[in-house]
Design a protein around this ligand. Structure first.
Ligand code: ADP
Ligand code: ZN
Length: 616
């Protein structure tokens, strides 16, 4: 069997996947052939497998240098679930645990060891490494080595001297998601990669749906968004700590189980918020950009930006935390013109305490302004959102409309609104032709304020009948109906809406009414999805089972199985262990651990359904 055959076998048996994703196969092959690797892959592309599979095939130990404790813990947890012997060495271990881990490592107990960069050059670690067979050194989040990168970490500069200490130079591979040309060159130089296999895989994330909601009322837009995504888990990013606190409170008052997270909170509170979110106890986390790096939760179904960030780099990195499990996910940006003013202000004051000379300052500011301009184009333009992002990152997308973003889907689309028009006319009649456009829209959308309640408008049967459309869309429809003589508006300071000459026709709906609505908030059910619909009840049962197992073991649910795996399981409904192995994400380790429990749950579900059918 060739090494590549062994790699393919490990992909299926250990990780439970049939095929490599783009880029993975060539990287695995390069590492197996003994080459160094410099790989730039977007978040969620599947970097870990690229070095974990060679780690299982190569004789010897793989060391993975990683910047964050939480990241190491999750990775090692996931590996152990898959039956791979792995451990981490970092400052979270007590001296005793540390000594024990090294002793085990010396005894050849581990295939993969995650290590913090600061540990590499310690006597104890060097002593172990020099006497072991190190087959591979992996540098994760490799941009941390570069001072040009946003997360420079001095400890990373010890990696290269460490490698030089080893009696036999292992293959070295560097991985990152965020690298410009400068940073990439820096990485290869500072790690002294020798003739590395270089690969930059595409930045496109086809499973992400991008949308921008230009809104007059962020809170309303956010609540509507969350209603459309009820039962899902996601992140709401705010521009400031104060924003985090306000939005968290607002969501709680509206019955959303949200936790807040920002760097100003005390450690215990912050950790609790993070754990509530990662373990699926709290579906929504409201956070500043301090949250995210190193949080390895794969089933994030949406990321909403309550404020527009300062550039597309930040936006794409934060939004990209959605859908890492490959499931469809949504990235929604709420936009108001005040976002631009605030960001401009921050940019202009960003260098006040800096040591840079005047000329350099001007250059830095100029670049920051240009980036903000590009971000603003994204938020206000009418073209395809995905195309704009990819072009910004220097790619040339094949087509200019992706069909999976709000601009492609809702940009001036004609639709049949015969039914809605009838409802609007009926509402205007019921309200006696005595109210203005805004009030009519509010009543039809079910807004509850004092004015509406005191006049008994909330008792009308039309109250709330167009809630799903949103007020902006209803107001736009009213404008169209006025233009069509279905409604009319009075003159004067307080114009009111009355039925027009063609109101009866519209009410009867004998002629279809079509409208081209320029822009709409909220487009539930409009997303194109490549995935077949799944039996929701079964999926819910499987995910409840996953949650109870996760709680028992004190690990996050996605470490047991990802959403993509549960979906595939609900779809394939395996009846035995062999069939269970065909579910994507079920390898032999997980089959052994959880296969039977999930098989039983599926069987029970089918029996119950059978029973219900027979009774009916
Ligand atoms: P990255 O580190 O690049 O952000 P991960 O390595 O965490 O991404 O992988 C993201 C998700 O994709 C994980 O849930 C992982 O199990 C899954 N994945 C990786 N490779 C494959 C594959 N070949 N087929 C299916 N799923 C995969
Ligand atoms: Zn598009």
């Amino acid at each position: 069997m060739t090494a590549m055959d062994a790699a393919r076998q490990a992909l299926g048996e250990v990780f439970g996947y049939d095929t490599f994703r783009p880029g993975q196969e060539s990287i695995v092959a390069a590492i197996l052939s003994g080459r160094d690797v410099m790989a730039v892959m977007p978040t969620g592309a599947g970097k870990s497998l690229c070095y974990q599979i060679p780690a299982l095939v190569l004789p010897g130990i793989t060391l993975v240098v990683s910047p964050l404790i939480s990241l190491m813990r999750d990775q090692v947890g996931a590996l152990i679930q898959n039956g791979v012997r792995a451990a981490y060495i970092n400052s979270s271990l007590t001296p005793r645990q540390h000594a024990l881990a090294l002793q085990n490592a010396r005894g050849g107990l581990y295939r993969i060891i995650y290590v913090a960069p600061e540990r590499l050059m310690t006597d104890a670690f060097l002593d172990f490494a020099k006497n072991a067979r190190i087959a591979q050194v992996v540098v994760d989040e490799a941009h941390c080595v570069s001072q040009w990168g946003q997360d420079f970490r001095p400890g990373y500069l010890q990696i290269e001297p460490f490698i030089r200490e080893l009696p036999v130079r292992p293959r070295v591979s560097a991985f990152t998601a965020t690298a410009t040309d400068t940073v990439r060159r820096d990485i290869m130089r500072l790690l002294a990669l020798s003739d590395p296999y270089e690969i930059v895989t595409g930045f496109d994330r086809p499973n992400l749906f991008f949308e921008v909601r230009r809104t007059g009322d962020r809170d309303m837009s956010l609540l509507r968004f969350l209603r459309e995504h009820q039962g899902q888990s996601g992140i709401v990013y705010c521009g400031t700590r104060k924003g985090v606190e306000q939005v968290t409170r607002m969501l709680r008052e509206n019955g959303v189980d949200a936790v807040g997270y920002h760097a100003g909170m005390d450690d215990g509170e912050r950790l609790r918020a993070q754990e509530d979110f990662v373990s699926d106890r709290a579906p929504v986390i409201v956070a500043t950009n301090a949250f995210g790096m190193g949080i390895d939760k794969s089933n994030v179904s949406f990321v909403v930006h309550y404020n527009m960030p300062k550039d597309l780099e930040s936006y794409y990195q934060e939004a990209g935390r959605a859908g890492r499990d490959g499931e469809d996910a949504v990235c929604c940006l709420l936009y108001q013109p005040s976002d631009v003013r605030l960001n401009s202000f921050l940019i202009e004051h960003s260098l006040e305490t800096s040591q840079l000379d005047e000329q350099t300052q001007q250059v830095v500011l100029e670049r920051a302004r240009e980036r903000l301009k590009q971000m603003t184009f994204y938020a206000t333009g009418s073209g395809c959102l995905r195309t704009r992002i990819l072009q910004y990152f220097g790619e040339r997308p094949g087509q200019l409309r992706c069909g999976n973003c709000s601009a492609c889907l809702t940009g001036a689309r004609e639709r049949d609104v015969t039914r809605e028009a009838g409802q609007i006319v009926a509402g205007v009649m019921a309200m006696g032709g005595r109210y203005g456009k805004a009030t009519v829209a509010r009543v039809l959308c079910g807004a509850k304020d004092e004015r509406i309640r005191s006049r008994g408008l909330d008792k009308l049967s039309a109250f709330g009948c167009l809630k799903a459309e949103g007020e902006t869309a209803v107001r736009a429809m009213i404008d169209e109906l006025i233009a069509d003589d279905v409604l009319e508006t009075t003159e004067g300071d307080y114009p009111v809406i009355k039925p027009g000459p063609r109101a009866r026709e519209a009410l009867r709906g004998d002629e279809p009414i079509r409208m081209t609505l320029a822009e709409q908030e909220g487009t539930p059910g409009r997303r194109v999805s490549a995935k077949p619909s799944v039996d929701k009840a079964l999926f819910a049962r499987l995910s409840a089972l996953r949650r109870s197992i996760a709680e028992e073991q004190h690990v996050p649910p996605f470490i047991i199985f990802t959403n993509a795996t549960l979906r595939d399981m609900a779809d394939k409904r395996p009846k035995n262990r062999r069939a269970m192995l065909r579910v994507a994400g079920v390898g032999e380790g997980k089959l052994e651990r959880y296969g039977d429990a999930f098989l039983r749950e599926i069987e029970r579900y089918e029996e119950e359904q059978e029973f219900v059918k027979r009774k009916a």
